[in-house]
Ligand binder design. Structure first.
Ligand code: GDP
Ligand code: ZN
Length: 461
């Protein structure tokens, strides 16, 4: 077990709140609490049962001054978050109470925890693997219900489980290979290239399947980069407002008055859109063409999805035409806005300009067509090749990179087997694959692989 000193930190977010929590973990956690906590039952902290929540006061042992009225959770190792002794002090919210208590813990023998150190300890103490520890961070940062679901699944070990399964089959393959190389005199099951090929192909398929989910995973975790484009006054901010509902962007009649580019996360039935509102682009009369179109071009390049607005209550302008050209080969949804007004363009003719695009007629102002737009977005994310299998979704870039490397190694392995090359060569790439997969879960890779193999494969049997 990993032996660390005793760490402490404020666990709740800074700012005003009903309660604040100061958390402490380590072998001295109980001893330190003993010095500063006076329970209302009159018992000292060490006399209290090992698992429970106790009411009382935090007292500065030097001045005997009461610092706060608190609830203290006592959690005895090993069944705690870090697997160490853990104490959590629930005190009054606001920065003063939590800071004072933290100070006191530090003065009495705790050390200020580094970012993520509680979770790091849980990992070092073997309570969770690396991908699970990473899920904890994702969980905290989740921006949507869906993102949270994925992180929770990962925390419960869905990804680790799949990766472990693959690693076990590789170990099994390696064991057979090593055994036939090193102990030819033993009567071991014969290693056939056919079995190896079959196993390797299975692993390849599994990695590919995991990787397939990674795009949806990324979208659900980080949000789909979405940009709303269109000439000034076409209704960009109004559309954003209709989507956000809370209406955080400023809508205005005067072009160019919305200040900065606004980034909003909008939850569309679980799909997070990270919307960049181009309303912030300077939209003054004389430079509109240059800046508007140039900036739009730049934003279009950076986005996953474009919402392109045209105002049907006005004749098409030169800028409209430029933007129409820009979006042709991009993932874009075309929105004919202001359909509540009398059209000044032929809707049918306008539709002909977008033969391959989804076109939706909307009124951003009245909210008409917005639901159809939402449906279209959800379909674009979930539709087609990308599967929405929630289970084991790869949403983390590090995992994705490692899986890609593992895929490469297993592909080479398959080639090597198919060419009938020596077993030693096959095992080299197979070990690489095992290694990359192990880095997903954080298992050590430096250990002597041969030892591992023979502890898994009983040769004397
Ligand atoms: P932006 O410059 O593209 O962000 O356009 P805004 O959203 O600021 O809208 C410009 C003006 O058009 C405002 O007065 C809006 O109320 C109006 N507007 C936007 N959408 C519609 C719509 O669907 N119908 C009508 N009648 N007016 C709209
Ligand atoms: Zn605007």
């Amino acid at each position: 077990m990993y032996e660390g000193d005793t760490i402490a930190a404020i666990s709740t977010a800074p700012g005003e709140a009903g309660i604040g929590i100061v958390r402490m973990s380590g072998s001295k956690a109980f001893e330190i609490t003993q010095k500063i906590f006076q329970s209302s039952s009159g018992k000292s902290f060490s006399e209290l049962r090992n698992r429970g929540i106790y009411h009382g006061f935090i007292i500065d042992p030097k001045t005997h001054e009461k610092m706060d009225e608190v609830l203290v959770s006592k959690m005895r190792a090993p069944h705690t978050y870090t697997t160490e002794d853990v104490v959590e002090v629930n005190c009054h919210g606001g920065m003063i109470a939590v800071r004072r208590i933290l100070e006191l813990l530090l003065q009495n023998g705790a050390r200020l925890a580094e970012p993520g150190e509680f979770t790091k300890r849980a990992f070092l103490n073997g309570r969770m693997d690396l991908s699970q520890a990473e899920a904890v961070i994702d969980l905290i940062r989740a921006k949507t219900d869906k993102g949270m679901d994925i992180a929770l699944e990962q925390l419960e070990g869905s990804l680790s489980h799949k990766v472990q399964e693959m690693r076990e089959s590789i170990i099994h393959m390696l064991a057979h290979i090593e055994a036939s190389i090193d102990y030819p005199e033993y009567d071991i099951e014969e290693v056939t290239y056919d079995t190896l090929l079959k196993d390797a192909k299975q692993i390849k398929e599994k990695i590919e399947k995991l990787l397939e989910t990674s795009d949806t995973g990324k979208i659900l975790r980080e949000g789909l980069n979405t940009v709303i484009i269109g000439k000034p006054n076409v209704g960009k901010s109004s559309l954003l407002n209709a989507l956000v509902k809370e209406g955080r962007a400023i809508v205005t009649d005067i072009p160019g008055t919305t200040r900065d580019i606004i980034e909003e996360y909008i939850n569309i039935r679980g799909v997070p859109l990270k919307i960049i509102d181009t309303a912030g682009i300077r939209e003054t009369e004389d430079v509109v063409e240059k800046i508007g179109v140039d900036k739009s071009r730049e934003l279009i390049e950076k986005s996953d999805l474009i919402l392109f607005l045209l105002d049907v209550s006005k004749e098409l302008s030169k800028e409209d035409e430029l933007l129409i050209d820009l979006v042709q080969n991009k993932k874009a949804i075309i929105l004919f806005n202001k359909i509540d007004l009398d059209p000044k363009v032929s809707i049918e003719k306008l539709k002909d300009k977008f033969p391959k695009k989804s076109i939706i007629e909307i009124s951003a102002l009245k909210g008409e067509g917005v639901e159809r737009l939402q449906n279209e977005i959800v379909q674009m994310v979930y539709g087609g090749q990308v599967s929405i299998e929630k289970d084991g979704l790869v949403s983390n870039v590090r995992h994705k990179n490692l899986l890609e490397k593992a895929l490469n190694s297993i592909t080479i392995t398959i080639d090597t087997i198919q060419q009938g090359l020596p077993l030693e060569l096959i095992s080299v790439d197979l070990k690489d694959c095992w290694d990359y997969l192990g880095q997903v879960t954080g298992d050590t890779v430096s250990e002597d692989i041969i030892d591992q193999i023979f502890s898994n494969f009983c040769i004397g049997k």
